[in-house]
Design a protein around this ligand. Sequence first.
Ligand SMILES: C=Cc1c2[nH]c(c1C)Cc1[nH]c(c(CCC(=O)O)c1C)Cc1[nH]c(c(C)c1CCC(=O)O)Cc1[nH]c(c(C)c1C=C)C2
Length: 535
Amino acid sequence: MSTSGPHIAVLGGGLTGLSAAYHLARLHPTARVTLLEKDTRFGGWIRSERVEVQDEHGNKASVLLEAGPRTLRSNAKAVLELVLVGGKMVWRGRSTFWTSNHKPSALHGRPLPLVPGSFTFRPLQAFSSFPPLSLASSHPLLAESSFPPSFLSHSNPTTDRRTRQTSLSMPSLPDALGPRSRARSGSALCHGVYGADSRQLSVRAAFPTLWEAEERGKGSVMWGEIGPGAWFGAGKRKKVVQAKEKEEAWALSEDQEFVGRVKKAAVLSFKDGLEQLVTALVEALEKNDRVQLRKGTEVVALSQDSESKAVEIRLANGETLTATHVISALPLPALSPLLPSSHALPHLTVNPASTVTVFTLVFSTAHLTTPLHPPGFGYLIPRPADGYEAGAKGDESGLLGVVFDTASLGEQDAALEGDGADKFVKITAMIGGPYPLEPAQLELESVLKTIARQLGRDGGLPKPVHWEVHRNVGSIPTYTVGHVERMEEMRRVAAQKWDDRLVVVGAGVGGVSVGDCAKAGREAARGLIKADLVV
Ligand SMILES: C=Cc1c2[nH]c(c1C)Cc1[nH]c(c(CCC(=O)O)c1C)Cc1[nH]c(c(C)c1CCC(=O)O)Cc1[nH]c(c(C)c1C=C)C2
């Protein structure tokens, strides 16, 4: 590795850290970059694996399993740039949403159908995902809250418009949704995105597009989406910038057919899963002789030289590295103990994080007389009416939702022998989050029983030909009320105490989606370069 130029250390080899290292190396002509990862692999929560499955008739398939996140959206330049690095993709087009003959009532009980696009919580986008009107009337947000004039502020004095920008007593989601829906509406979406109790989440931090729409609509989210605010002023300017950024990203590819397909896709992944993106980024970084990738390397302390302002990085193996700048993409609670008290940062340990167990099941369809599940991409389960304690033991048994993976991104699976991959169906149960779980609830029998009950399959579910369980401990930060302000303060203190030499980013700071992580890494790299901080 060359020794001239600034030396930037990136802490954490998840997607945020990889994206930061990739963009630093790409955009700065002389910077040296060292990426430090404690684990023996890169990718963080992104873990994709192929397994071979077989049924009793000799059909064999190669099935892709995701232990963590499974899709990304083509909604930001940062994502598109990485997508172009990632290679062969699969996409779920907008045309493959719910079919008109689908009846969510086929699902037993009161789960919420899983609709691609709704997770971004852009209200119109979400509801336009429901082509049949009959379906819309069963959507809890429509049925229960029916777009109150002020979707966010309804009946909540703490959301007063004059104070809501600065107040630390920002509403949490159920308050924001109004009295009738307060019971449980919206909680299902919070399970699907954050694996968390909606009552703990800050609307402003967790669903910023909803918040911004209400700002534009002067108290009405709906009006914010369709009213003049969306077409003039800041709302319009933001849309223009986003459109321009996307066009710039499309221009990076010469393959217009590919670009056309990605543009139309609602959600994307790669043929070999999201880890294909990680592998592509690592390969690109390995080719650059200004980049050093170090896995299995734990950072134990950071300090700053009072004269040169350089950052000293102490490693668990006793080595010390010196960097001109550090980008930390570590979980915030993991960064906290590395900082000396003179240079401590506030609020790093305030938010809790959800533990979600991902239970993937592959079934043979050979003996099924009816489809294993109704059409669609899965369902989300709202917060139990009588509390998580009771829900853990009752009907929900700790389930937050179920994804019908084959319906969603079945192209990732391939036939090896026999009639093909369509002889198998893959689903994923997401378990845990706010539920207090006993180990027995994570046993196969218990999970099968719960899903069969929810799907209304009286005869139960067959034994899967393959299943896997991954417990993602503390994987999704819960942005509690006041998060946005706390992070602003944390960044201010970091800039001041560390003389702009330490930048803190990642899912703990601003956005938990794959796209948010890609973007945060990119912005951190660009920020250092743009501000001419790299000396
Ligand atoms: C490991 C479990 C995870 C749960 N949420 C996330 C993970 C990694 C993070 C997450 N999930 C979604 C978003 C929204 C934004 C986005 O850009 O995708 C985020 C940040 C939405 C989502 N949740 C589930 C799926 C299949 C998707 C993608 C949407 C789509 O494909 O259209 C399923 C799901 N995830 C979790 C639960 C409990 C759950 C339930 C079915 C927790």
